[in-house]
Design a binder for this molecule. Structure first.
Ligand SMILES: Cc1cc2nc3c(=O)[nH]c(=O)nc-3n(C[C@H](O)[C@H](O)[C@H](O)COP(=O)(O)O)c2cc1C
Length: 218
């Protein structure tokens, strides 16, 4: 697969959450997904357990079923988070604009997820329910780096992705749809994947480093 001419730092700073610029009409070759997953397998895992699995969903009916759960999950998320967002939006014009942008883009994905040609669900053996923080860190920390590596590898091949979680409000139902053994395996995310319209992306707005950096002490 052709690789975009991006420096390592450009790749790391321009791998954005892509929603509206996903090309929903262009097919994604299975080989490019395999290539990105091969790269993801080089991510670290606790004790090198490699207890990950990746469910790649291209079947239209399966994607439709996941998109339905995602939509229902988005409704729950909105019900939970609207008061928080309203408060944040009231704090400054800049914050209000940022929230409006994400909400608008998020709604696009809610409306079109079933049309995104590939959904990738990174999974990990075990469940964190009622586990101490150290076990939770070990579990999530053994799948999210791989998910991010997959997203970086996808970006460098002209694909857009986003890390999403709304369907996890209905994780058990999604497990049923996909045949995942829910009692033993955690789904970490749902990553929609498609080629992007254009490949030029810019770094996102972020808080200044000085506001979050603690050196030697908090
Ligand atoms: C843990 C996590 C869960 C997320 N869940 C969703 C989601 O369910 N739906 C969605 O559209 N975006 C989701 N996002 C994407 C964030 O909204 C996105 O990272 C943020 O808007 C920053 O975008 P940027 O990196 O392009 O600047 C999630 C991101 C993370 C890290």
């Amino acid at each position: 697969m052709p690789i975009l001419n991006l420096s390592i730092d450009e790749l790391l700073t321009t791998t954005r959450t892509v929603r509206k610029r996903l090309d929903l009409t262009r097919p994604v070759e299975p080989e490019v997904i395999r290539e990105c997953l091969e790269i993801a397998l080089q991510a670290p895992t606790a004790s090198n357990s490699q207890s990950w699995h990746f469910v790649v969903v291209t079947d239209p009916q399966q994607r439709e079923a996941l998109a339905t759960l995602y939509r229902k999950g988005a409704d729950q998320y909105k019900a939970l988070m609207t008061p928080v967002f309203e408060k944040r939006a009231a704090s400054s014009e800049q914050e209000a604009e940022a929230i409006a942008r994400v909400t608008n883009s998020g709604q696009y994905l809610i409306d079109h997820l079933h049309e995104v040609p590939v959904h990738v669900i990174p999974c990990i053996w075990g469940r964190t329910d009622h586990m101490p923080a150290v076990a939770q860190a070990g579990l999530w920390g053994s799948i999210m780096p791989a998910a991010w590596s997959f997203m970086l590898a996808a970006r460098s091949r002209g694909l857009g992705t986003s890390l999403t979680s709304f369907h996890l409000f209905f994780e058990q139902e999604a497990a049923q749809v996909l045949g995942i053994p829910y009692e033993k395996v955690t789904q970490a995310a749902l990553i929609p994947v498609a080629y992007t319209r254009g490949t030029d992306f810019k770094p996102g707005p972020r808080k200044p480093l000085e506001s979050v950096l603690h050196w030697d002490r908090w």
